[in-house]
Structures are given as structure tokens and as C-alpha cells.
Design a protein around this ligand. Structure first.
Ligand code: GTP
Ligand code: MG
Length: 461
């Protein structure tokens, strides 16, 4: 278990917070009690005073110095506890964005008493110091990595604490139910029922509905964060690579009239209707003696197994072949769209031949039907579920599993009320549910999970 107050704020951490490489500016960031004292040693302001005397939220022009020699020209920003990213004293040094001055500045602050920050340690401190909860810390990473405007909106909503505030409401309600139930354990002989059975049940049912609502957002939230993999498959030469290029709006894959052009799989993210799709172009599936082609076919099949959505492509300008039929059969039970390509040519196959299956005629060459395909892809992902509305969502499996456990404990508590079980047993379930919600926000989560989460961050965040 992690107590939020256990962090050792005795040490001061430092890191280069901008990407490595050449840039217009680069930032060395410091956090901890010693930040401003260390800044005193390395930063010589042009004006009066020194960093440890500067007011919070002020920016100062000056130079980074190593003894008497100037390392770089810089701007220093001072942010004092508790109003900073980490809730600790912080200093940010904006240097010129070359690798050498940045490294040199970092070395100087380390020599001045700071320790090199671990990945995500600034955000971890913001969490451990109680400025943000774990869902918000995870959202920081999601904001950085978001792939579409819509996924960004969800991440920003979570960073803003929308999920946290719903969870907070649920916790307060459960805590109050738990207190009531426990009171009836302590004072069983009281005549007045401290809390009515029906009242307890109604309150638990309201919580159940709220948790179920949160869980409903999880599938969407996870897809919006991680993307959904979508494989384009079919026999050779039907136009799979042409479709990949058309959806990406760039010539990513090689297209030729020779069957067997694509040998290995090609993966690229595409923003389709706001959903991040990881498109996978595959080698055409066919019985072949060629050893390279056969390896390609094997990989195509592996991707078909793993993907969330299959685009099974047929060449609409020639009749359905045995190879097509085999693939139609193989993908029967999967989420799929039949894509009938080459609609610019005289057609031999039409969408109406596939009643009850989503089949769309397109021309990867002319672009005809692509809009319909995009809509159908988005529709297949959320299978008619509403996508509009507030961007509140559970966005990862960790949150989802904990929410699911919280829900089943609430259900068990309702069953216990229905079954007229002793209040002790109701209280156990309610408290169990409270524990799972504490896990989501990170109050009771163990060190290992924290390490796993924060190790995904870059150093300096
Ligand atoms: N007329 C027409 N030709 C197309 C269309 N889409 C693709 N083609 C042509 O079909 C041929 C094969 O296209 P590719 O995109 O390489 O097909 P593929 O399915 O990736 O082929 P493999 O990688 O060999 O399996 C090329 O000559 C394309 O120009 C289309 O919509 N209409
Ligand atoms: Mg190809």
C-alpha cells in the first residue's frame, strides 16, 4: 500500500524536460525543497536578487554559469509550493535548445545537489503530493499520446478530474451507506431503525447504476486511447495496399499490378471519424510455394486473428473465387466489413449478394465509396452505441477492472439486503466496493502498479 504522505520530499529532482535533439529552446526542470537554492548556484540574473528570493510565478533573464564562466543565456521561471505542477518548489530553466548547453546545465544542477529524475517522477510527485489522483496522472500520459482530437478531449476531461469527481461522489455515498449499516450493527437493540432496508437498497441501486454507466464508457474510452487494430485482407491484387494508401491519404504502401506485391505487413495509424485506427495492410492470402510469400501469408493470418475489425476485400471486377469464398468462411464469426473494390470497372460482384453483412462497394483508385466505408468502420467499432456526449470515460484496463470489481461488490451488497442477511455481511460488501474505488483513484494502489504506470512516462514529465 502506498500512503500518499510517504514521499521523501527531502531530495530535489532535475531533468531535461524537452525532447532530445536540437530545438529552439530546451528546458531543465527542478522540483523539491532545494530547487531555488540550487538555482542560486547556477543562475546569475541580470537584474537584482537571486532565485531563492524571487516571487512565485515570475520569469527572470540571466545566464547559467559554471563558476565564472558562462554556459548559456537563459530564462528562469520560479514556481513556489504548493502552487506548482508537483506542489513543490520548482524552477524551470529555459536554455537555448542545443544538446550541449542543456546537458551542461543539467550537470550543473546535479552537481549543485539535485538528483536525476526518474521517468514520470514529476507527475508521480504531483500524485503523491495529492494534487492529482491516479486517473488524472494516467490522463497526463494520454494527453501526450492522444491520437485524434476526440481522444484528446477524453484525456483532457479525465485530467480535469471529471472521472475523479464522479468517483468521489460514489465514494461519499458508499461511505455514508456503510456508516449507516455499521450503526445498525452497533445498536441492534435500538427501536428506531437507524437506516431502513429499503433506503439502503435504493441508495445502493443508484450507485450500481452510476458504476454501470462508467463501465459502459470503458470500451469506447480504451479504444479512443489505444486505437483499434483493423486488418485489410483478401487474396492477392484486389487492391488492399491501394485502400491503405487511400485511407491514409498518402502513398505508404507499394502498389503494382503484380499479385504478391506486399510481402510483409504494414501498420499505420489513421484518424477515421475521430477514432484512431491502426490499419494493417497484409500480404494477399493465397496458396503459394514461394517461401517469402508463404511467410507473408502466415503473418496476414496472425493479424486477422488479433485484429478488432477485418476489412475483407474482394475484386468487384471479377467473379467471387474459391480463395474469396474460403476467406468469407474464415471470417464469418468476426467483426468485419466486406469491401468490394474496383467499382470503377464493370462489376461482377455487388453488395446485394451479401445480405445481412455489411458490404460496401468502393474504388480505391477513384475514391468512390470511401466516405461510406469510413462511416461503416466507425459504426462497426461502436456498433451503434452512442458516441456523442460528455467526454467522461474509463480509458484503460486498470480502471475498468477496478470499476467492474466495485460494481460486483455493490451487486453483492444489494443481494445481501434482499436476502435479509445480517448487516455485518452487507457492510463487508460495501466496504469492499469502496476499496476498489480507492484503487481506481490510486489511494490504495501498490507500489508495483505505480511503477508500471509512471515508467511509461518520459524523463522530465
Ligand atoms: N481499376 C482499379 N484498379 C485498382 C483499384 N484498386 C487497386 N487497383 C489496381 O489493382 C492492382 C493491385 O493493387 P494493390 O493495391 O497493389 O493490391 P494488393 O491487394 O495490395 O495486392 P498484393 O499486395 O499483391 O496482395 C494495382 O494495379 C492497382 O492499381 C481500383 O479501385 N480500381
Ligand atoms: Mg499489397
Amino acid at each position: 500500500m502506498t500512503g500518499r504522505n510517504k514521499i521523501d520530499t527531502g531530495d530535489t529532482i532535475a531533468a531535461i524536460s524537452t525532447p532530445s535533439g536540437e530545438g529552439a529552446i530546451g528546458i531543465v526542470r527542478l522540483s523539491g525543497k532545494g530547487s531555488l537554492g540550487i538555482a542560486d548556484k547556477v543562475f546569475r540574473p541580470n537584474g537584482a536578487g537571486s532565485p531563492s528570493g524571487f516571487r512565485s510565478f515570475t520569469v527572470h533573464y540571466g545566464h547559467i554559469v559554471d563558476g565564472n564562466s558562462v554556459v548559456d543565456e537563459a530564462l528562469l521561471t520560479v514556481m513556489r509550493a504548493p502552487k506548482s505542477y508537483t506542489k513543490e518548489d520548482m524552477a524551470e530553466i529555459n536554455c537555448h535548445g542545443g544538446i550541449v548547453p542543456l546537458r551542461k546545465t543539467l550537470e550543473l544542477v546535479l552537481a549543485g545537489g539535485a538528483r536525476l529524475a526518474e521517468p514520470g517522477e514529476f507527475t508521480k510527485r504531483a500524485f503523491l503530493n495529492g494534487r492529482i489522483d491516479l486517473t488524472q496522472a494516467e490522463a497526463v500520459l494520454d494527453v501526450i499520446r492522444s491520437k485524434t482530437d476526440e481522444s484528446l478531449a477524453i484525456a483532457l476531461g479525465q485530467l480535469d478530474g471529471r472521472l475523479s469527481s464522479i468517483l468521489k461522489g460514489i465514494r461519499e455515498e458508499l461511505a455514508s451507506v456503510s456508516a449507516g449499516v455499521e450503526a445498525s450493527i452497533d445498536f441492534p437493540e435500538e427501536d428506531i431503525e437507524i437506516i431502513s432496508e429499503a433506503g439502503t437498497k435504493a441508495r445502493l441501486e443508484a450507485v450500481r447504476a452510476q458504476l454501470a454507466g462508467i463501465l459502459e464508457t470503458a470500451d469506447k474510452g480504451i479504444i479512443m486511447r489505444e486505437g483499434i487494430s483493423c486488418v485489410i485482407c483478401g487474396k492477392p491484387n484486389v487492391g488492399k495496399s491501394s485502400l491503405l494508401n487511400a485511407l491514409l491519404r498518402k502513398d505508404r504502401a507499394i502498389v503494382t499490378h503484380v499479385p504478391g506485391t506486399t510481402r510483409d505487413t504494414i501498420e499505420e495509424y489513421a484518424n477515421i471519424e475521430g477514432i484512431p485506427f491502426r490499419l494493417v495492410d497484409t500480404a494477399g492470402i493465397t496458396a503459394t510455394e514461394d517461401i517469402v510469400e508463404r511467410e507473408g501469408v502466415l503473418r496476414s493470418r496472425e493479424h486477422m486473428e488479433r485484429s478488432g475489425l477485418i476489412l475483407l476485400m474482394l475484386d468487384g471486377s471479377s467473379a467471387v473465387s474459391g480463395e474469396d469464398r474460403a476467406l468469407l468462411e474464415d471470417t464469418r464469426s468476426r467483426a468485419r466489413i466486406i469491401v468490394i473494390n474496383k467499382a470503377d470497372l464493370p462489376r461482377k460482384i455487388s453488395a446485394s449478394e451479401f445480405p445481412g453483412i455489411c458490404a460496401i462497394e468502393i474504388s480505391a483508385k477513384s475514391g468512390k465509396g470511401l466516405e461510406r466505408l469510413r462511416k461503416a468502420m466507425a459504426g462497426a467499432v461502436f456498433s451503434g452505441k452512442a458516441r456523442a456526449g460528455e467526454p467522461v470515460a474509463v480509458t484503460n484496463l486498470r480502471q475498468k477492472e477496478a470499476a467492474r470489481s466495485a460494481l460486483s461488490s455493490v451487486e453483492a451488497a444489494i443481494d445481501a439486503v434482499d436476502g435479509k442477511l445480517p448487516p455485518e455481511l452487507i457492510a463487508v460488501e460495501v466496504n469492499e466496493s469502496l476499496g476498489h474505488i480507492a484503487d481506481i483513484v490510486g489511494e490504495t494502489v501498490n507500489e508495483e502498479i505505480l511503477d508500471r504506470i509512471f515508467s511509461q512516462f518520459c524523463i522530465g514529465k
